[in-house]
Design a protein around this ligand. Structure first.
Ligand code: CP
Length: 313
């Protein structure tokens, strides 16, 4: 059974991006293909874009869409062979199987603990759903990846690039809270699978997990990294090595007009939500080079292409 949780679940990224662009030009191109099918979206954590864009995508394919906030109500038990005498009232074995009775595709959003690296990097909650669900599962952002966002980002770069192989810089930026590494991990994973010249820049101590960064060049001098960039993708993440910790909030890493001047008139990208004047200066996010609303728009077409892909099996 097909699931969508990572780039390697997709054999032909170009075809998927092309299909997303078809939906962008003609949102009702497959308006009946999901008829009499139900999409169930389960959110353990908050969302604006993922929730609304995926609901919209399912509806445009003719699906019935049910969204459930799983952080309300009782807690699920994910461990095997436990005596269930805590506050966890239902086991994932039953919960995933039961949701599968009502839904034809299940979407799951779950953030990491940022305290237990081993469990987070096993993607314990998402993989438990995959193990016990009886229908395709789509990741709406898991502990370590955000594939719907990354497919959207590939689509957006494809639309705006001026050269076949653009220079793309992923830059860490400061943030007051400890955030997951999921968006950065996934962005790197998808850029490595497409035709892009990727450089990552971050302060010492913010190295991404080896299985994600691979042989991608890392430059600790942000200004040097930004030179001649065509796209500047900005995101905060907490430390992988000193797991979940915030080592610095150094605002000299914020993206400013002066930094964008170092680039090849680069486009600015961020998955949102973003902290203005912490991560990026107003003048950059409000400039014509900012693609953040294009990215948010593209979330729906990427989701529509993926849902169609999962229904076509
Ligand atoms: N970019 C993104 O996933 O936004 P939400 O957290 O609002 O879904």
């Amino acid at each position: 059974m097909k699931h969508f949780t990572k780039v390697s679940d997709i054999s032909d990224i170009d075809a998927l991006v092309k299909r997303a662009r078809t939906f962008k030009g003609n949102p009702t191109a497959a308006e009946h293909m999901g008829q009499h099918k139900t999409l169930i979206l389960v959110f353990f954590n908050p969302s604006l874009r993922t929730r609304l864009s995926t609901e919209t995508a399912g509806t445009r394919l003719g699906m019935s869409v049910i969204t459930m906030n799983a952080n309300q109500g009782w807690k699920l038990e994910f461990e095997d062979q436990v005596i269930m005498n805590s506050d966890r009232a239902e086991h994932i074995r039953e919960a995933a199987a039961v949701i599968s009775q009502y839904g034809d595709v299940i979407g799951i959003r779950t953030f990491p603990t940022l305290t237990d690296r081993d469990k987070d990097y096993q993607d314990h909650i998402l993989n438990s759903f995959i193990r016990y669900a009886q229908v395709p599962v789509i990741s709406l952002e898991s502990a370590i990846r955000h594939p719907l966002q990354s497919l959207t980002d590939v689509l957006t770069i494809e639309e705006f690039k001026k050269t076949k192989r653009p220079k793309v810089v992923l830059s860490w930026a400061p943030h007051p809270k400890a955030l997951p590494q999921a968006v950065a991990n996934s962005f790197v994973e998808w850029m490595r699978a497409t035709d892009a010249d990727l450089t990552v820049t971050h302060p010492e101590g913010y190295e991404l997990a080896p299985e994600f960064i691979g042989d991608v060049p890392v430059e600790h001098d942000q200004q040097k990294a930004l030179a001649d960039a065509d796209f500047v993708y900005v995101k905060n993440w907490s430390s992988y090595r000193d797991y979940g910790k915030v080592h610095t909030q150094d605002n000299s890493w914020m993206i400013t007009p002066g930094k964008m001047d170092l680039t090849n008139q680069a486009f600015f990208m961020h998955c949102l939500p973003v902290r203005r004047n912490v991560v990026v200066a107003d003048k950059v996010i409000d400039s014509p080079q900012s693609l953040v609303i294009h990215q948010a728009n593209n979330r729906q077409w990427a989701a529509q292409a993926i849902l169609e892909h999962l229904l076509n099996q």
